[in-house]
Design a protein around this ligand. Structure first.
Ligand code: 3PG
Length: 214
């Protein structure tokens, strides 16, 4: 197995919002708010039964957003996500069955890793970027730096505890092409229709990235 690389996609999308949608009607306004704030990707999580429908809405109506699927924990969800138009898959852990679907349909997968054993599993699948989850609770950047000793080739997208305040520490590291997080589109913002706040928080984050990348 040699999974598609997620690296080109992440290099273009250094902030990957983790989006939880409970209503299909929120999918397009949320995607448009992220886009207005300068964010060009969204990971719609399979934590709700409408995830597939929301991915399809965004894929067809907001093509400037690179939409992916998150919290993909089995092959049924992986197939549903890709059929709906997901351009990438993210898992909280590493599941070979999910990887096989991603491989056969040539869609990049970011499997979740937390330990050296997990990393060895996914390197065997030809993965080049992993989701490091839950990043801050596990030990943050010092732990990633320790893992890069034996695995110097590994690229990492940290998620779990990433914020406006700490994202720069991560993104300045050469092995971190992107960070994931929900802080700019928290479920309560989506559910209360606070899309202008999603625009503001997204813009704040994208301006910060521009600031230290220029
Ligand atoms: C998740 O899968 O829940 C993500 O890691 C998001 O975590 P956050 O809410 O801490 O950004």
């Amino acid at each position: 197995m040699k999974l598609e690389s997620a690296l080109p996609l992440l290099r273009q999308n250094p902030i990957v919002p983790v989006v939880v949608l409970n209503r299909v009607k929120d999918a397009v306004p949320t995607a448009l708010a992220l886009l207005e704030g300068g964010i060009t990707s969204a990971e719609v999580t399979f934590r709700t039964p409408v995830a597939g429908a929301c991915i399809e809405e965004i894929a067809t109506k907001v093509p400037d957003i690179t939409v992916g699927a998150g919290t993909v924990v089995n092959k049924k969800q992986a197939r549903e996500a890709i059929n709906a138009g997901a351009k990438f898959l993210v898992s909280p852990g590493c599941c070979r069955k999910v990887a096989k679907v991603a491989n056969s349909l040539q869609v990049p997968l970011l499997p979740g890793v937390a330990s050296p054993t997990d990393i060895m599993h996914v390197l065997d699948w030809g993965v080049d970027v992993v989701k490091f989850f839950p990043a801050v609770a596990l030990g943050g950047l010092p732990l990633v730096k320790a893992y890069l000793g034996p695995f110097p080739q590994l690229k990492v997208m940290p998620t779990g505890g990433i914020s406006l305040d700490n994202m720069g520490d991560w993104l300045r590291h050469p092995n971190v092409p992107a960070v994931g997080g929900s802080w700019m589109c928290a479920p309560k913002l989506i559910e209360s229709g606070s899309f202008s706040e999603i625009v503001r928080l997204s813009r704040e984050a994208t301006e910060k990235v521009k600031g230290f990348r220029s």
